[in-house]
Design a protein around this ligand. Structure first.
Ligand code: DC
Length: 204
């Protein structure tokens, strides 16, 4: 079974997807980390992102590996975050990564998160969720993870939300036929419980 989760930055996709996967005994695929991996390798080797995307083997883990080595927190630096957003705007890179994502998802049970999972990568997924939260709540959560103030996170978030559109991505629009889950007022356990219930309904 595939549980697909899309939504904007800061909606809690990664934390939620990891928790749901652990609750259900499914594997977890973070497709944003794959765009980050391509940006990291392109910068490190001073090559074009497309060349980077074609020359590396990404395994989902956990931990996610690039040619067998785990990049860990180096995927989360500001420059990789910025680079990943640019890389994700290259249709050729997207083609390579979407193909790899479909290959990975072909076997077993998965919780997979990103921006185009419900629409492009796994439109036939048994459970399709659009995870969202208010703009301010998302910025507060992001600010809480770093030393940055909410106002500057909010500004950067607006820019990134608008850059992370196109190519069928559901950054700010609910994918057709998906279930919308607004996490603004919910804690992680409540969100996980709702998704597990959707999975149980899909199974029955
Ligand atoms: O979710 P994230 O911040 O780790 O994603 C990194 C970048 O990749 C972000 O700019 C959005 C983009 N992305 C995408 O375009 N499609 C996906 N399926 C996942 C992420």
């Amino acid at each position: 079974m595939v549980v697909a989760i899309d939504g904007p930055a800061g909606a809690g996709k990664s934390t939620t997807a990891k928790a749901v996967a652990s609750e259900l005994g499914f594997r977890h695929l973070d497709t944003g980390a794959m765009y980050r991996a391509v940006a990291l390798v392109a910068a490190e080797r001073a090559i074009e992102p497309l060349e980077a995307s074609k020359s590396i083997l990404i395994e989902p883990g956990p931990p996610l590996t690039i040619d067998g080595a785990a990049p860990g927190e180096s995927l989360r630096t500001a420059s990789v975050t910025e680079g990943a957003s640019r890389v994700a705007g290259d249709p050729e890179v997207r083609k390579v990564l979407v193909e790899r994502q479909r290959q990975i998802l072909a076997d077993g049970d998965w919780v997979v998160e990103g921006r185009d999972i419900c629409t492009v990568v796994a439109p036939d997924a048994e459970v399709r969720i659009w995870l969202t939260a208010s703009e301010l709540e998302r910025a507060k959560r992001r600010a809480g993870e770093s030393d940055a103030d909410v106002a500057s996170v909010l500004e950067a978030q607006k820019l990134r939300d608008s850059a992370d559109q196109g190519f069928g991505r559901s950054t700010l629009d609910k994918p057709e036929g998906s279930v919308s889950l607004d996490t603004t007022e919910l804690d992680l356990d409540q969100v996980v419980a709702q998704i597990v219930q959707l999975v149980e309904e899909a199974r029955s």
